[in-house]
Write a protein that binds this ligand. Structure first.
Ligand code: ZN
Length: 299
C-alpha cells in the first residue's frame, strides 16, 4: 500500500482556508504514530506534466491556472484565491493520484492523503477543486493502455459533477455517484449511475443502499480499475453533509468497497475528498479509518 503525501497539500493555502486543510498533515502523522504505515510507504509526488493535464483539461483553462488570470467570478466559483502555490499544490495532488494508481496496478491499492477533486470540469473549477484528479489519472491510464475499463465509485456526500460531465458519453470510464440529493452542487450533472440520498439517512439505510449497488456495478461495468472517492462528509457530525452516518458506519462503507474489490481482484486508487465535521479529530479519524480498512483488507 502506497500513501501519497506532500506537506505542500496543507501549506500554500491562505490563513482563512487552512481549516479543514490541516487534516492533510494530521492524517499521515496519525497513521505513522499508530504504525498503520511506515515512512517507506509515504511517497512525495512530483508536479504533474502539462501533456497529461491537457488530456483532460482545456489549454485555455490551464493557461489561466498557470498565469493567475482567472476572473474574480471564476475564483469565487472555486472558493479559493488563485496563486502559483495553489496551482502547484493541485498538480502535485493530481500526480499523487496517478502514482497511487500506478502502484495499485502492481500491488492492489494506493491512497492519496488529498485528492478527490471531483467538482473540477474540463474548462473550469468549482467547490475547492481546480483540476479533476480522478479524470486526469483515468485518462492517463487509458492513454498508456494500462487499463481498459475504469469505474469511479464516488461516495463523497456531494455529487461528482465534474467527473460526470468529463466522462459523459465515454464508455471506457463509468461514473457512479451516491450523494445527498439536497446538497451541493444544486445543479447536478448526469453520471452513468446517480444514487441521490434523502437528508438524515442513517447507517443501516446507507449501507444497505451501497450493498445493493456494488455487486450490480461490478457485474455491469466489469472494471479492471477502480477509483474510490472516500469523502467523510457523510458523517452526522459534518457541517454540510445532511446525512446521519456514524464513524462506525463510515468505516463499514470503506470495508464494503474494499471487500468487494478484493473479492474481484480489482486494483484501486483512493482519494480522500471532503470532510467538514466541526472537530478536526472526527475528520482525521474517519479518514484514517479508510487507510486502516485498506491496510487490513487490501494490504
Ligand atoms: Zn464533499
Amino acid at each position: 500500500m502506497l500513501v501519497a503525501y506532500d506537506p505542500i497539500y496543507a501549506h500554500p493555502l491562505p490563513e482563512g482556508h487552512r481549516f479543514p486543510m490541516v487534516k492533510y498533515e494530521l492524517i499521515p502523522a496519525q497513521l505513522l504514530r499508530e504504525g498503520v504505515i511506515t515512512d517507506k510507504q509515504v511517497h512525495t509526488p512530483a508536479p504533474l506534466d502539462e501533456a497529461t493535464i491537457l488530456l483532460t483539461h482545456t489549454p485555455g483553462y490551464w493557461y489561466k491556472l498557470q498565469h493567475q488570470t482567472l476572473s474574480d467570478k471564476e475564483q469565487r466559483r472555486i472558493g479559493l484565491p488563485q496563486s502559483p502555490a495553489l496551482t502547484l499544490r493541485e498538480i502535485v495532488i493530481c500526480q499523487g493520484t496517478i502514482d497511487c494508481a500506478l502502484h495499485a496496478l502492481n500491488y492492489g491499492v494506493g491512497l492519496n492523503v488529498a485528492g478527490g477533486t471531483h467538482h473540477a470540469f474540463a474548462d473550469h473549477g468549482e467547490g475547492f477543486c481546480l483540476l479533476n484528479d480522478f479524470a486526469i489519472a483515468s485518462n492517463y491510464l487509458l492513454q498508456q493502455k494500462l487499463v481498459k475499463q475504469v469505474l469511479v465509485i464516488d461516495l463523497d456526500v456531494h455529487q461528482g459533477n465534474g467527473t460526470a460531465a468529463l466522462f459523459a458519453g465515454r464508455p471506457d470510464v463509468y461514473t457512479f455517484s451516491m450523494h445527498g440529493a439536497h446538497n451541493y452542487p444544486f445543479h447536478k450533472e448526469i453520471s452513468d449511475w446517480d444514487v441521490p440520498l434523502p437528508d438524515g439517512m442513517n447507517d443501516s439505510d446507507y449501507l444497505r443502499t451501497l450493498r445493493d449497488c456494488l455487486p450490480v456495478l461490478i457485474n455491469k461495468v466489469k472494471p479492471d480499475f477502480v477509483f474510490y472517492l472516500s469523502g467523510v462528509d457523510i458523517l452526522q457530525t459534518d457541517r454540510y453533509g445532511k446525512l446521519k452516518v456514524t464513524p462506525q458506519g463510515c468505516r463499514e462503507r470503506d470495508e464494503l468497497v474494499f471487500q468487494t474489490l478484493k473479492q474481484h481482484s480489482i486494483p484501486c486508487a483512493v482519494a480522500m475528498g471532503g470532510g467538514y465535521s466541526t472537530h478536526i479529530r472526527d475528520i482525521v479519524n474517519a479518514h484514517c479509518n479508510t487507510f486502516r480498512a485498506a491496510a487490513e483488507i487490501l494490504g
